[in-house]
Design a protein around this ligand. Structure first.
Ligand SMILES: [Zn+2]
Ligand SMILES: [Zn+2]
Length: 345
């Protein structure tokens, strides 16, 4: 079968002919129905130093996956061939207390870089994907299909988890700011809109992204520029924002978050741009929490999919056939794509 692979560090992805996976004991092979193109893949492909992760290349890309059960390995039960499923991406050990709570994204035994589909192990940019156990699959609630579900497994789940960490602050009268209205950011706005009472402010460089933010339910949009911080302060009566979700994570965006967060506020750091925010007693408002988060939990993925099934969460998508998956990556890299690119093999 054809697969789009990471072949080397600081290198364009390339198509390769690879053998179809076969489900071993306990494993499941799914027919990929949708695989999202994530901006973090671009950091990985083009910015990480060679060997930054302990992975063997080449590796098939794609860590946002959903599809249909194709083959059940020996000993697998509880699923039927043809059943639509989403793949929960962060695979932990399954045994530690964090994994027992469904928080495999914070597994106490899996280090960052432990191979999961599309991040160290072969991912969903191919016709078939091998999943090592039923624990990593979530049956899709009706009427959700794999094309809609795929981007939600990361671009939906990650902001949902970040929002959950600040939910106590997202009350009527309080303000949430989403910095960066890309694949994750436009879904963060929908999640804030449909599951909290906070006023939602979106910040982005591009006017099309701010238009998308409006259509996703943002109450206010603020373009990036000299007046951004002042604009957020003005919208909050000078108090600052109660929760800020930084979907970019650069020095600039973290600086903006630090300059506009309210006393006792929260900064959720989601974006992988590698920036930093100095912490000092008088450098940030008192009581501020800064929380870098990684992906989300298995119970949260169930909730995200339910939210989508009832019509409250839907990725703005551009779909590509597998044969043009390389173009999808190029479009995301060029910044010319709004919302999420989803490869449909
Ligand atoms: Zn991702
Ligand atoms: Zn674990």
């Amino acid at each position: 079968m054809r697969a789009l692979q990471m072949v080397d560090w600081n290198h364009d992805p390339e198509f390769a002919e690879v053998s179809e996976p076969d489900a071993g004991p306990g494993e499941i092979v799914i027919t990929v129905g949708g695989a999202g193109v994530c901006h973090s893949d671009l950091h990985l492909l083009y910015e990480f130093p060679a060997g930054a992760m302990p992975w063997t290349l080449p590796m098939t890309l794609g860590h946002e996956n959903a599809g249909f059960v194709h083959q059940l390995g020996p000993g697998v039960s509880g699923l039927e061939v043809g059943q639509p499923v989403a793949v929960y991406g962060p695979w932990g050990c399954g045994l530690c207390p964090a994994c027992a709570r469904g928080e495999e994204n914070y597994c106490q035994r899996a280090a960052l870089g432990t191979p999961v589909a599309g991040l160290g192990a072969d991912g969903g940019m191919a016709e078939f994907l091998r999943v090592p156990g039923v624990r990593h699959l979530v049956p899709l609630p009706d009427p959700l299909g794999p094309v809609d579900a795929a981007p939600l497994t990361d671009a939906g789940l990650t902001p949902y988890h970040a929002v959950n960490r600040a939910r106590h602050l997202l009350t009527p009268g309080n303000t949430a700011v989403v910095i960066g209205v890309g694949g994750l950011g436009h879904l963060a706005i929908q999640i804030l809109r449909s599951t909290t009472y906070a006023r939602v402010v979106a910040v982005d460089v591009k006017s099309e992204a701010l238009y998308l933010a409006r259509s996703c339910g943002a109450d206010h949009v603020v373009p990036v520029g000299d007046a951004t911080a002042g604009g957020i302060r003005e919208l909050t009566g000078g108090r600052g924002a109660d929760a800020i979700f930084d979907m970019v994570g650069s020095d600039d965006t973290l600086g903006l978050a630090g300059a506009t967060v309210a006393v006792n506020g929260h900064i959720g750091l989601v974006g992988l741009a590698g920036g930093s925010l100095p912490v000092s007693l008088l450098g940030l408002p008192f009581g501020v929490t800064v929380t870098p988060t990684y992906w989300g939990t298995l119970p949260e993925l169930h909730e995200v999919l339910q939210l989508a099934a009832r019509g409250d969460l839907c990725a703005h998508k551009v779909t590509y056939p597998l044969g043009r998956a390389d173009e999808a990556y190029a479009a995301v890299r060029a910044g010319s794509l709004l919302g999420r690119a989803v490869v449909v093999p």
